[in-house]
Design a protein around this ligand. Structure first.
Ligand code: KG4
Ligand code: ZN
Length: 352
């Protein structure tokens, strides 16, 4: 079984071919990604219109490359999966329409994949992980804790009430003049800094509902940065280190709250999966490793190229759905908002 997957919901244009291994788990036959970071860098964030145009420019070539690197042509795939949201609507329409057109032309089943489901199921592609498990999704657009019970059975335990954690990294980097994307630079600066110099808030600490909030933390960084003006290199490093320490504490505390809910509502949790670009952060990884080790849980962090947005995760989620006979028709709409929990599932089948 082989599926072609197409991803265009944010600022990566991506196409990939994934195959099901006979023994379970998946094999990536090709995984082509074209990052648009350079095109958005001047604006300090993703510009939706620029993203949509770039998807149009790159996507057809990427699909050709994905097929040729997989050593197959379109006839040899069993289905075509396209991310139908959530994301920037212009970009979603580009990828979704392309996936539908290919499915129609090649007479193949079409599968509309929820981008978040792609992140949620990646650990099964890479590690053949069994259900259920707890997903911590930390990217530039999303910050949520999701109980993954089965394909199509997700329960969002908590999510951010304001900024995503990656967005907080990006905004802090921007206010300190460090460029975009912010995560990697802030992490680098933090290595040189004193994490105890600034006493930043740990938003939501101790709350039982595993939600997140980062906008107060971001504001606290801004106020202390303004007070310390003009900033020396040491100030910048200390601000980054103190900010990152607050993020780490917050993520672990919120994960602990999510885990409590998981155990109460679903049962023992044997594995925690982390996905999203922020999972590349070394300090966050180390804290998660320690936390899961102490709790006797397995921590699965897919390799960086599969943590950030990519086509393989869409192809794999499509394959998991195809296996269960879950295909979609060509009227499936692009969804700028599309939650992953029960209501979202109803929406998948046109009931909401
Ligand atoms: O998953 P992703 O590639 O794209 C989406 O947002 O969907 O995540 C990108 C985000 C950006 O906000 C970026 O600043 C953040 O991930 N990021 C990091 C690191 N590398 C990337 N955040 C913290 N530390 C990092 N090393
Ligand atoms: Zn994503």
């Amino acid at each position: 079984m082989r599926v072609l997957g197409i991803e265009t919901t944010c600022d990566e244009t991506a196409a990939a071919v994934v195959r099901l291994r006979p023994e379970g788990g998946g094999e990536i036959l090709s995984n082509e990604v074209m990052s648009q970071i350079a095109e958005h860098a001047a604006y300090g964030g993703v510009v939706p219109e620029i993203a949509a145009r770039a998807h149009v420019d790159y996507l057809d070539r990427l699909i050709v490359r994905a097929l040729s690197h997989a050593g197959i042509d379109l006839d040899a795939v069993d289905a075509i999966a396209g991310a139908a949201g959530p994301g920037l609507i212009g970009g979603v329409i580009v990828g979704l329409t392309t996936a539908k057109a290919l499915a129609l032309a090649a007479r193949k089943p079409f599968i509309a994949v929820n981008h978040l489901e792609g992140h949620a199921l990646t650990a099964r592609l890479t590690d053949n992980l069994d259900f259920p498990y707890l997903l911590l999704l930390v990217s530039g657009g999303h910050t949520q804790l999701v109980a993954v019970r089965d394909v199509g059975e997700y329960r969002r335990l908590g999510s951010t009430v304001d900024d995503a954690v990656g967005e907080a990294f990006d905004k802090v980097a921007k206010m300190l003049g460090l460029g975009y994307p912010g995560g990697p630079v802030v992490e680098r600066e933090a290595l040189k800094g004193n994490a105890r110099r600034f006493d930043f808030p740990r938003p939501m600490l101790g709350r039982s509902k595993p939600d997140f909030s980062f906008s107060g933390l971001k504001t606290a960084v801004r106020l202390d940065a303004e007070r310390a003006m003009p900033l020396t290199n040491a100030d910048i490093a200390d601000l980054c280190a103190s900010f990152q320490a607050a993020v780490v504490d917050t993520l672990i505390d919120r994960l602990r709250a999510g885990l409590r809910r998981f155990v109460n509502e679903i049962g023992p949790c044997r594995a925690v999966v982390v996905a999203g670009g922020v999972a590349a952060n070394g300090a966050i990884r180390r804290a998660l490793t320690r936390f899961c080790g102490e709790g006797g849980m397995r921590l699965v962090v897919p390799p960086p190229e599969l943590c950030t947005d990519n086509g393989a995760m869409i192809a794999w989620a499509g394959l998991e759905r195809l296996r269960l006979g879950l295909t979609d028709d060509l009227t499936f709409p692009a969804r700028p908002r599309w939650p992953l929990d029960a209501d979202g599932e109803a929406a998948h089948h046109g009931k909401a």
